[in-house]
Design a protein around this ligand. Structure first.
Ligand code: ADP
Ligand code: MG
Length: 264
């Protein structure tokens, strides 16, 4: 019963980056015996300093990096061992949003076409139904329909990140991996996009992996968190509990380093 509601199960995963073609560079162990379990519909934060392995773990979940050791099940499938049919299912059901909202979008496509791309590739419904789906997606992420004909460079960073989110949601995924989705945005826009993530999670029951170096962001939106240090998970648990009563010295140091507003 417990296993049935688990959307992600990572067991003893290790990832090393090799020393280049000539094996002259030292090998980096980016993840060292990492285990993780995320319930369906939860928002799980991966927090830690730069270089702690957050992005690598996100890429493992997306099937972009193959573990050296360990096993994983993501949305019922093992991304390291997919048949051709499973690959198509996996690509639909596990989507991602990255930090650099502009780099991901094709500069030659209007943002409306970009949002429609996945629906066209996967031949979802009739063309008119796809148009209607794009309109609904624009509405869901709070974008005016009038922006659909614009190109990425004609939008603000926040608007582009909304387009990326609409693209990611277009195929009704089960899991969304968001890697530092707010880091490139102004503080005021960060708050709006964070609210949008929370709304979408509530409305859709999506399982979200939120990768962030910003503890305030994780505290705001995550149900559970894993704290990474040098490729190892040093602490895991409910976000409120971990941040209020950190058990590991590294987590405590991270919590203390978050600036608190001073009122005078
Ligand atoms: P984070 O997202 O927490 O900043 P990363 O997962 O990007 O951490 O990186 C973890 C470690 O792996 C770092 O030491 C980083 O330099 C190294 N690393 C990441 N990607 C590569 C790569 N493609 N080749 C070699 N080393 C890498
Ligand atoms: Mg990273």
């Amino acid at each position: 019963m417990l296993a049935a509601c688990r959307m992600i199960a990572v067991t003893n995963v290790t990832v090393s980056y090799g020393g280049g073609v000539l094996r002259k560079a030292p090998t980096v162990t980016a993840l060292d015996n990492v285990s993780l379990s995320v319930k369906a519909g939860a928002c799980h934060g991966l927090v830690g300093e730069s270089g702690s392995g957050k992005t690598t773990l996100g890429r493992v979940l997306l099937g972009l990096v193959r573990p050296d050791r360990g096993s994983l099940v993501v949305g019922g499938l093992n991304p390291a061992r997919l048949s051709r049919r499973e690959t198509a299912t996996f690509r639909r059901s596990v989507q991602c949003v990255f930090q650099d909202s502009g780099a991901v979008l094709n500069p030659r496509l209007s943002v409306g076409r970009s949002v429609r791309e996945g629906l066209d590739i996967h031949r979802c419904g009739e063309p008119a139904e796809r148009d209607a789906a794009v309109s609904r997606l624009f509405e869901r992420v709070g974008l005016s329909q009038a922006l659909a004909s614009r190109f990425p460079h004609q939008l603000s960073g926040g608007q582009r990140q909304r387009v990326n989110l609409a693209r990611a949601l277009s195929l009704s995924p089960k899991i969304l991996v968001a890697d530092e989705p707010l880091s490139a945005l102004d503080v005021s826009v960060q708050a709006q996009i964070l609210d949008l993530f929370a709304d979408i999670q509530r409305q859709t029951g999506l399982t979200i992996i939120l990768i962030t170096h910003d503890l305030k962001v994780a505290r705001e939106i995550c149900d559970t968190v894993s704290v990474l240090q040098a490729g190892q998970i040093v602490e895991q648990g409910g976000a409120a509990e971990v941040f209020a009563h950190p058990k590991h010295r590294y987590t405590e140091r991270l919590v203390k380093s978050v600036p608190t507003p001073k009122f005078c």
